[in-house]
Structures are given as C-alpha cells and as structure tokens.
Design a protein around this ligand. Structure first.
Ligand SMILES: NC(=O)c1ccc[n+]([C@@H]2O[C@H](COP(=O)([O-])OP(=O)(O)OC[C@H]3O[C@@H](n4cnc5c(N)ncnc54)[C@H](OP(=O)(O)O)[C@@H]3O)[C@@H](O)[C@H]2O)c1
Length: 242
C-alpha cells in the first residue's frame, strides 16, 4: 500500500499538492467530480478518477490501496459564486465521509486544508466574527468550514490520524515555492502572514512523509521577505525542502 489520494485535485491547492507529491516520488490518485473537465490532469504517476468527498462509499473506492489522503475540496471557489447553493453541512459531510471511507480503505493518514477565518484574531475572537476584518457575506462559508473542523475534533480518536493545516493569511495562487513555512496554533500571527499554495503543499506532504501533528488543527504561514514580523512568537520553523 502506498501513494496519496488527493480530493479536490483539480483545484488550486489540489494541483499544488499533486505536484509536490509527484516531486517527492509519490503515486497520486487525483479525485475530481468530472474527469472530462480536467483533460490535462493525468500525467506520469497521476491517475485521475471520479469521486465525491461527501460520499463514504466513493471515498473508500478511490482511496483503495493508498496510505494517505489530502482534503482540498471546497464547494465555494470565490465570492462571484454566491451562497445560494452552499450546503452549510458540506464540510461536516466531507469529514464523516473521509473518516469512514478512509477507514474502510485502510488509509491511515488524512491531511485537510482549513480556513484562516476560524483562527483567533488579536482580540481573541474568531476572525470570521469580526466584520471589520472578515466580510460578513462570506461568513456562511466560514461557518460551514468551522463545522467540518468541529466534526473532525469530535471524531478524533478513530483509526484515521488526521491533521488540519489552516493557512493563517493570504494564500497566493502562483506564488513561489520557497520550501519554507511556519507552524503555529489557534491565533493569527502578528505581522502580515502569507503563504503560497506551493508552500502549503510542502507543508501538506511533510505531514504525510513525516507526521508531526496528530488529531489537531494548526496554522501554517510565512512572511514576505522584508515584511515586519513577530516570528519569535509563532511556533516552530518549517522544514526546508529546497
Ligand atoms: N487563507 C485561507 O484560509 C484559504 C484561502 C484559500 C483557500 N482556502 C481553503 O483551502 C482549500 C482549497 O481551496 P482552493 O483554493 O484550492 O479551492 P478551489 O481551487 O476552488 O478547488 C476546490 C475543488 O474542490 C472540488 N470539489 C467541489 N466539490 C467537490 C466534491 N463534492 N467532491 C470532490 N471534489 C469537489 C472542485 O472540483 P470540481 O468542481 O471539479 O469537483 C474544486 O476543484 C479549501 O478548503 C479553501 O476553503 C483557505
């Protein structure tokens, strides 16, 4: 048994995780809802399959033979999409289906990507509860994400060893892969935290290759070169894979 199954493999984080996994020699099962929409996704070592992260049978089927899974699925890809079709239980369903389906498949590790809106701001409130820093119209999505994290925590002692990596600030599509990141806790770090999708992927695959965090949520972030930071308050240094 080996290799990684990536849910949401056609998205921004999913593509970055797939590339990072391949760069380290992992075989990847790339899960999308409609393979016909992703003609360029299948490459050497990447098998594209149809699947649904909210369906435990589907998860068990596509994860068969894989030792680890990554959850980068989002039902909401940008404000222009609106919220009419948002299922507030989406991330809870995904958490249940992943924990149940991966257990059946025998995949023991799950790395999920979280949302910075449910980290705590300077005043101790979740960022999503402060309309001055987080747009009220996106709050339903943040609440849905947060419910998924709560479900993982509720079910934390099962056979699947999960971790949620939450980007603590701006997540830049197309940003540079530096191979460096920092790991923090529940609070948004001071300064202007930022991370490229490529470095998020480095953190994700690190937690599969050498798991350090177990059944908990942590924040991951970096700072732009030269930006004011409070690095000394922000936990351990990420590993450098350059
Ligand atoms: N700073 C932050 O905290 C921050 C910033 C950005 C993103 N994020 C989080 O990071 C994660 C990844 O975001 P992203 O930017 O990579 O999103 P994205 O580019 O929109 O990709 C999400 C993918 O999910 C797939 N998907 C939707 N419903 C699905 C289902 N039922 N089963 C399987 N796949 C499904 C979609 O593919 P199909 O439509 O083809 O199925 C899409 O490719 C999300 O949890 C997002 O909320 C956090």
């Amino acid at each position: 048994m080996g290799g990684i199954v990536v849910f949401g493999a056609g998205g921004r984080a999913g593509r970055a995780v797939t590339a990072e996994a391949r760069g380290r020699g992992h075989e990847v099962t790339a899960v999308v809802r409609d393979p016909a929409r992703y003609p360029g996704l299948a490459t050497a070592g990447v098998t594209v399959v149809r699947g649904d992260v909210t369906d435990a049978e589907s998860v068990a089927r596509v994860a068969g033979g894989r030792c680890a899974a990554v959850h980068t699925v989002s039902p909401f890809s940008g404000p222009e999409q609106g919220f009419d079709s948002l299922d507030p239980t989406f991330f809870v369903k995904a958490a249940d289906a992943l924990l149940d389906g991966l257990a059946v498949a025998g995949a023991k590790r799950l790395v999920a990507v979280g949302l910075g809106a449910n980290l705590l701001g300077a005043d101790g409130r979740p960022v999503m509860d402060d309309p001055a820093v987080f747009p009220a119209e996106i709050r339903p999505f943040a609440l849905a994400h947060t419910a998924g994290l709560a479900r993982l925590r509720e079910r934390g002692d099962g056979p699947v060893d999960w971790v949620m990596l939450t980007p603590a600030g701006f997540l830049e599509h197309g940003g540079e892969r530096t191979g460096r990141y920092r790991v923090g806790g529940e609070r948004v770090p001071g300064g202007e935290p930022w991370l490229s999708y490529a470095d998020l992927a480095v953190a994700v695959i690190d937690e599969i290759d050498r798991p350090v965090r177990h059944r908990e949520r942590v924040s991951v972030f970096s700072f732009r070169e030269g930006a004011g930071t409070t690095w000394d308050q922000c936990g351990e240094r990420g590993k450098n894979h350059i």
